[in-house]
Design a protein around this ligand. Structure first.
Ligand code: TXA
Ligand code: MG
Length: 325
C-alpha cells in the first residue's frame, strides 16, 4: 500500500508531537540523529518491528539498535548491565556509541533477531531524545535506507528509498557526523568493536583501560554481529579504491580529501559527512564509476575506511550475497 509520507519539521514542536503520536500508534517514522537518519518504531511493538524489516528489505537475522531518551532508560531494555557500561555512558552519552548488552526479557526477540543480547544507544540530537520521550517507549531505529544502500544523511535520501512506505519523516537537516555509531560489545571480555564508527577505539580506551579489538568473524558459531556478513552502504555506481590519480579513467568521479586539478576527471571532497551523499549523487548523475583516493589520512580513519571497503567490495562482487542494511 502506498502511504502519503508526511514531511515533518523538527524545529516545529507541533510536528515533533505529531511524529511521537504516530510512533505511539505503531507507525514507522524516519527520525534524525547526529550520525544518520533512522527508521523508528516502538521497541515493544513486534508488528511495527516486522514492518521495518519488510519496508527496508532487511534480512531477519540482522538485529536492530534500541534508541533511548536517557541513559537511565537502558534499564528498560537490558539486564546485568556492567559498571563499565555506566562509565562509558557517562563519558559518551548522549552520542554515537552503541553498547551491546544482555537483553531484558521484556524486549521482543525480533528486535535482536533472536540473539540473547540487545544493542542500545542514546542519540545526541536533543529533538530526537524529546521525540522518544514523547513517544512513551524506547524506539528501534536501523538506518532509514533500503537494505544495502548507503545510509541516509539527509531527508531527501530517506524519501528516495522509503517515500510512500512509511508514515512520516522528521526532517532536521543534514546529519552532523554522516556515518553510523560505533557498536561495542560488552557481553564478553574483552569488549570488542562490532562496527567501527564515529567514536574511536583510542577514545574508548580512556574508560576501558585497553583499546577494544575488532570483533572476529572467523571460527565456528554464530557471528557476533550478524549485520557484518552482508553487503553494505553501496551505491549502484561501481566503487573502486585507488592510491593514484593516474589510474583513474577519463570521465570518472574521484572522491578525495585533497584538492585535485584535472580536466580529465571530476573531483569531490571526501569526508565522513559527504561520503554517503556523494555515493547517492553519483547514482543520480549516472557517472560511470566512483574512484576513492586512499591517501594516508583516509586509511587512518578506520570508520571511513570500513564503509568505503564494504561499498567497494559489494559493488565489484558477482555472487548473490544478500544485501544488508
Ligand atoms: O548510528 C547508528 O547506529 C544508526 C542511527 C540511526 O542510530 N543506526 C544504525 O542501525 O546504523 P543499523 O541497523 O543500520 O545498524 C546496526 C548495526 C548492525 O551492524 C547490526 O548487526 C548491529 O548494529 N547490531 C544490532 N544489534 C546487535 C546485537 N544485539 N549484537 C551485535 N550486533 C548488533
Ligand atoms: Mg544500516
Amino acid at each position: 500500500m502506498l502511504l502519503d509520507t508526511l514531511h515533518l519539521d523538527a524545529s516545529n514542536p507541533a510536528d515533533v508531537q505529531r511524529a511521537a503520536a504516530l510512533l505511539a500508534a505503531g507507525k514507522l517514522v524516519a527520525i534524525p540523529t547526529e550520525t544518520v537518519y533512522g527508521l523508528a518504531a516502538h521497541a515493544f511493538t513486534p508488528s511495527a518491528i516486522e514492518e521495518i524489516f519488510r519496508v527496508k528489505g532487511r534480512p531477519m537475522d540482522n538485529p536492530l539498535i534500541v534508541h533511548c531518551a536517557t541513559a537511565g532508560d537502558i534499564e528498560l531494555v537490558a539486564t546485568d548491565i556492567p559498571i563499565v557500561a555506566w562509565r562509558l555512558l557517562e563519558r559518551f552519552a548522549p552520542g554515537p556509541l552503541t553498547l551491546v548488552l544482555h537483553r531484558h526479557p521484556r524486549v521482543p526477540s525480533i528486535v535482536s533477531a533472536g540473539l540473547p543480547s540487545v544493542a542500545v544507544r542514546i542519540p545526541a540530537l536533543e529533538v530526537t531524545r524529546r521525540l522518544i520521550a514523547l513517544a512513551g517507549e524506547p524506539v528501534v531505529a536501523p538506518s532509514a535506507n533500503q537494505s544495502g544502500r548507503p545510509s541516509p544523511t539527509r531527508a531527501e535520501h530517506v524519501l528516495e528509498d522509503l517515500g510512500g512506505s512509511i508514515a512520516a519523516i522528521l526532517d532536521a537537516g543534514p546529519c552532523a557526523i554522516g556515518i553510523e555509531s560505533t557498536v561495542l560489545n560488552l557481553t564478553a571480555e574483552p569488549a570488542t568493536i562490532v562496527r567501527p564508527g564515529a567514536i574511536e577505539a583510542a577514545d574508548l580506551a580512556e574508560i576501558l583501560g585497553y583499546e577494544p579489538p575488532l570483533a572476529s568473524h572467523s571460527g565456528t558459531g554464530a557471528p557476533i554481529a550478524p549485520g557484518m556478513k552482508y553487503r553494505h552502504y553501496a551505491p549502484r555506481t561501481p566503487v573502486f579504491l585507488t592510491d593514484s590519480l593516474e589510474t583513474i579513467p577519463t570521465g570518472a568521479l574521484v572522491l578525495t580529501t585533497a584538492p585535485v586539478e584535472s580536466d580529465r576527471i571530476r573531483a569531490r571532497l571526501l569526508t565522513r559527512q559527504t561520503l554517503y551523499d556523494e555515493f547517492r549523487r553519483a547514482d543520480r548523475e549516472q557517472v560511470p564509476a566512483i574512484y576513492v583516493l586512499i591517501t594516508p589520512d583516509v586509511r587512518a580513519d578506520r570508520a571511513l575506511m570500513n564503509r568505503i571497503e564494504k561499498a567497494a567490495v559489494s559493488a565489484q562482487r558477482t555472487d548473490n550475497t544478500p544485501p544488508m542494511c
